[in-house]
Ligand binder design. Structure first.
Ligand SMILES: [Zn+2]
Length: 85
C-alpha cells in the first residue's frame, strides 16, 4: 500500500492527522496537575508504572511535563511513609 498522498498546505501542517486528541488537562481547564490526584494520574501510567508518551496520552507539551513531575512526586509519596516508627 502506497498510503495517502501528503498534503503540503500550511494549514495541513498543524494537524498531521485529522484525529487529534485534545489534552484532557486543557479540556478540564486545569492550570496545574495535582500529584494527589492519583486516579487521574493512574490513567497516564502503564501497568508497569511507566508514564505514557505524549502521542498516546494526547497531552500537550506543557501538561505532559507537569504530568511527569506529578507522577514522580506521587511515586515518592507512595514509597515513603508519612510517619516513621
Ligand atoms: Zn494541556
Amino acid at each position: 500500500m502506497a498510503g495517502p498522498p501528503k498534503k503540503r498546505s500550511s494549514a495541513a501542517k498543524k494537524e498531521r492527522r485529522t484525529k487529534r486528541k485534545v489534552c484532557s488537562f486543557c479540556a478540564d481547564k486545569l492550570p496545574d496537575i495535582n500529584y494527589k490526584d492519583v486516579p487521574r494520574l493512574r490513567k497516564y501510567v502503564s501497568e508497569r508504572g511507566k508514564i505514557l508518551p505524549r502521542r498516546i496520552s494526547g497531552n500537550c507539551a506543557k501538561h505532559q511535563r507537569l504530568l511527569t513531575v506529578a507522577v514522580k512526586r506521587a511515586r515518592i509519596i507512595a514509597f515513603l511513609p508519612f510517619t516513621s516508627e
